[in-house]
Write a protein that binds this ligand. Structure first.
Ligand code: PNW
Length: 494
């Protein structure tokens, strides 16, 4: 039993949805089983040197085989919702609008949905969590060819609405379009590994491609939402939206005007990049500070695109992890390098004198910064005024890389418990004290998994996975029990 803040009891609405989030390439395995086509992440994983521990997601947590066990586990964790993503190339192996669907892949997701509903768990589906069918990258460079990509993505989405929409009422089109664009086309460490960094990659133009890829995601999202609203929502009655990544940016020196401007720019480059066109008011465009710095490297919206994008999300989907201190990198008046994709900022991920970013995790960019989460909720609420669905939030913890069976002290993940206690506490306070409309919270993540280019080196789960064992044995961490008790305490009784 954990000690909980009495004044927060019942602070969350009685239909509040809480649970854990996952993504197909990180947990499913079965990368080439039952007709699944390769994705760009399979290609990356099978290219030597691209993943930190040289691992692949070929098996991951084997959720393709053990999904019933996952559902049982979640039931024991007391959740009432589960957010997961669909693998496009499992459903349409070659990806395009004219390629055939794979019935075995559709059956897998259909069975998972049925299993969840039978357990009383509401499914939240993400259509795109970073895995493009490899064939689309080979044929036409996927998102760099907007017209072709839109057609193919709309057809894929339509298949999902047709097959699952009778039972699924919560849809997310894209997960973190900004992280996808920057990590895959600027840094280059993520699929499809494009970057101007010629020491590591031999293709890509960082000064233009992330912005094109961002635009393609926004516009194709708009098309998909229109299809859903016109053809499916009237009879299926679900909701649809987009999930954006965003961390709080705090001025390094709050007294310094240029640091304050830098912090605002950071929020706009990271969040308003997508949120202004979708959720904003007034003319549909990217934020003025992006236009000013990037000029015509930033795409423009046609009249039709403006109509498609504005208002195209029923809610604000929010993924957030941490907070940073920022200040201006290049002094005002001097030219900003064309490769700068962050808004001319210097990032500080250490603690500042007198102000702590928070306790360190096992991930270099991530510290426990609940104060930043509290500020970010208010910033998003006051700028966009949309119901907020928190769709990801969580942390790694040092010392979890041990061999199985994990010791008791490893499963007693107090750092993660303190992370959830503080962040969820801030969420409940924002609801209770300010009436911010927050409807869900998904912890990242259900179980340790394939953390993209980090391989198996970062463990974000509330379940410890024995990756050495053939059946990927699942061991509940204590944070799972904590969250179970915490949300029971926070959610109002029906
Ligand atoms: C998210 N950042 O990505 C993804 O949606 C998950 O699939 C991933 O496993 C999880 O976070 C943990 O990394 C992010 O640098 C990656 O602020 C980086 C950042 C944020 C989110």
């Amino acid at each position: 039993d954990f000690a909980l803040e009495a004044e927060l009891k019942g602070a969350l609405r009685k239909d509040f949805l809480w649970g854990y989030a996952t993504a197909a390439p990180q947990i499913e395995g079965a990368w080439n089983i039952d007709g699944k086509g390769p994705s760009t992440w399979d290609v990356l994983a099978h290219t030597p040197g691209r993943v930190l521990d040289n691992s692949t997601g070929d098996d991951a947590c084997r959720s393709y085989d053990f999904f019933k066990e996952d559902v049982k586990l979640m039931k024991s964790y007391g959740v009432n919702a589960y957010r997961f993503s669909l693998s496009w190339s499992r459903i349409i192996p070659l990806g395009s609008a004219s390629d055939p669907v794979n019935e075995a892949g559709l059956a897998f997701y259909s069975d998972l949905i049925d299993e969840l509903l039978a357990a009383g768990i509401t499914p939240f589906l993400t259509l795109f969590h970073w895995d493009v069918p490899a064939a689309l990258e080979e044929r036409y460079k996927s998102m760099l060819n907007q017209d072709k990509f839109v057609k193919d993505f709309v057809r894929y989405a339509r298949v999902c609405f047709e097959r699952f929409g009778d039972r699924v009422k919560h849809w997310i089109t894209y997960n973190e379009p900004g992280v996808y664009a920057l990590a895959g086309y600027a840094g280059g460490a993520h699929a499809p590994n494009r970057s101007s960094d010629r020491e590591k990659y031999d293709e890509g133009d960082t000064s233009t491609e992330p912005w094109i890829v961002g635009h393609t995601q926004l516009v194709s999202h708009g098309h998909v939402v229109k299809v859903y609203r016109d053809e499916f929502q009237p009879k299926q009655g679900g909701t649809i939206g987009i999930t954006l990544s965003g961390n709080w940016s705090e001025p390094w020196d709050v007294e310094d005007e240029s640091d304050r401007a830098a912090a605002q720019r950071a929020l706009e480059f990271e969040i308003a990049w997508f949120a202004d066109p979708v959720h904003g008011i007034g003319e549909v465009d990217y934020p003025a500070c992006m236009r000013e710095q990037l000029g015509d490297r930033l795409p423009t919206f046609t009249d039709n695109e403006k109509k498609l994008v504005r208002g195209s999300s029923d809610f604000y989907g929010m993924n957030t992890y941490t907070a940073f201190f920022v200040r201006t990198a290049v002094p005002p008046g001097s030219p900003i390098p064309p490769e700068d994709h962050k808004g001319n900022l210097l990032w500080f991920d250490e603690n500042k004198q007198g102000v702590s970013r928070g306790a360190e995790s096992d991930t270099e960019w991530l510290r426990t910064s609940p104060w930043g989460f509290a500020k970010l909720l208010r910033w998003i609420w006051s700028r966009y005024h949309k119901p907020i669905f928190v769709t990801e939030n969580g942390t790694t913890t040092k010392g979890e890389h041990v061999s199985a069976p994990p010791r008791e002290d490893v499963l007693n993940d107090t750092h993660r418990i303190e992370f959830y206690r503080s962040y969820v506490g801030e969420l409940a306070k924002a609801v209770k004290e300010e009436g911010i409309d927050i409807r869900s919270y998904f912890g990242w993540t259900l179980m340790d998994n394939w953390e993209w280019a980090k391989g198996y080196t970062d463990r974000f789960g509330v379940t410890w996975i024995d990756f050495e064992s053939p059946e990927k044995t699942r061991y509940p961490k204590r944070s799972a029990a904590f969250n179970r008790q915490y949300f029971k305490h926070l959610i109002a009784e029906a």
